[in-house]
Design a protein around this ligand. Structure first.
Ligand SMILES: Cc1cc2nc3c(=O)[nH]c(=O)nc-3n(C[C@H](O)[C@H](O)[C@H](O)COP(=O)(O)OP(=O)(O)OC[C@H]3O[C@@H](n4cnc5c(N)ncnc54)[C@H](O)[C@@H]3O)c2cc1C
Length: 323
């Protein structure tokens, strides 16, 4: 079985990210998952056990007190070292903002090729083929990197399998001081100003998004209430973000976050192609819109033609009654 290197994108809060199970499950399907982490202090036993439970056969746990103070330089170093040590057949990285940058820089360093925003992958005769959903989900494309290392960025939520658990072997390495690329220095990071008690939008199993149809920031609370009733994350259309109903980090779509949750609920969202590009691969889509001709209904599994201010409070009441 070939090794598959998986980047575990720990945040400054050192939590195992919601993207980790999907990445490890895909790696287990393609070969032997080697998890690579970068943290400020050595990875603790709790995190090692959690990664093993999610399918990591081996953990390449790197640390440096400066790990999060430069723009991904330490992460690219760690992955380059892990690739050199474990000679993987592919590298899997979350399709996050940082993940995309890391993939590109790693490809330059290793002479590999990036396969971006992948929703699945297969191994055949030692070759890895990546599957992409493109042009707003209208086409499914298969792509590979012949004769070079494939570096895949995986869309959060695209893989909902669980890898078999392992009791992983662990290598702890302290990364050396970084001298290159220090023109920018990160002094502090903070969590997004919303969703702090909710699942991370990227990788959440349930996402409830609101659009311009909500009408105001005050009314947008309805979206948050339904998200909380369902235990989901809050998303938004660009129109809602531009109108100031919610922080821009909640934007779902072509120029926002791409999500593939089990359940996506669209409230007062018309379903423009740029919005669909970021949510069309959701397993189940429910749309509530008062316009029966809204394009969102073309892709919805369940559509309710109605006023969100009338329908959503009733749904919340029913959910509370069942809790
Ligand atoms: C280059 C580019 C990139 C873009 N990137 C993105 C992106 O990443 N994400 C994104 O979302 N958009 C993006 N857009 C914008 C996109 O084209 C749409 O303008 C946007 O998605 C519309 O948002 P909306 O559906 O909330 O608003 P609208 O299109 O105005 O739709 C509002 C909907 O709410 C419904 N409604 C109104 N009141 C109610 C009510 N009381 N109850 C129920 N329904 C109601 C209406 O019937 C309507 O369908 C991009 C555009 C461009 C040009």
């Amino acid at each position: 079985m070939p090794n598959i290197v998986v980047f575990i994108e720990l945040t400054h809060t050192t939590q195992i990210p919601a993207t980790a199970p999907g990445l490890l499950a895909l790696a287990a399907r393609l070969g032997t998952p080697i998890a690579v982490s970068v943290s400020q202090s050595p990875l603790n036993d709790e995190h090692i056990a959690a990664l093993g439970a999610q399918g990591a056969a081996h953990i390449y746990a790197t640390h440096s007190a400066q790990a999060y103070s430069t723009l991904n330089s330490y992460t690219v170093d760690a992955l380059e070292q892990a690739i050199s040590a474990h000679q993987p057949a592919a590298v899997l990285i979350p399709a996050s903002v940082d993940g995309r940058e890391i993939a590109g820089r790693l490809a330059v360093r290793t002479g590999g090729g990036v396969l971006a925003d992948v929703i699945d992958a297969h191994a055949h005769d030692g070759a890895i083929t990546a599957i992409h959903s493109v042009f707003g989900g209208h086409y499914t494309v298969a792509a590979s990197v012949p004769e070079a290392l494939p570096i895949l960025t995986l869309r959060a939520g695209a893989i909902d399998e669980i890898a078999p658990a392992h009791n992983p072997t662990v290598e702890h390495l302290e990364l050396g001081a970084h001298t290159a690329g220090r023109t920018a220095h990160i002094d502090a990071q903070s969590d997004a100003p919303y969703n702090t008690n909710r699942p991370e939008l990227r990788g959440a199993a349930t996402v409830v998004s609101g659009g311009r149809g909500l009408g105001s920031a005050q009314n947008f609370v309805l979206v948050e209430q339904l998200a909380d009733a369902l235990g989901g994350a809050v998303g938004a259309s660009r129109a809602a973000v531009d109108a100031g109903y919610i922080d821009h980090t909640a934007q779902v779509g072509q120029t926002g976050v791409s999500v593939s949750p089990q359940l996506y609920v669209a409230l007062g969202i018309s379903g423009a192609i740029q919005h669909r590009a970021g949510m069309q691969t959701a397993k189940t889509i429910i749309a509530i819109n008062k316009d029966e001709d809204a394009p969102i209904f073309e892709i919805a599994d369940l559509g309710i033609v109605g006023d969100v201010f009338s329908v959503v409070p009733q749904v919340i009441e029913l959910l509370k009654a069942r809790a």
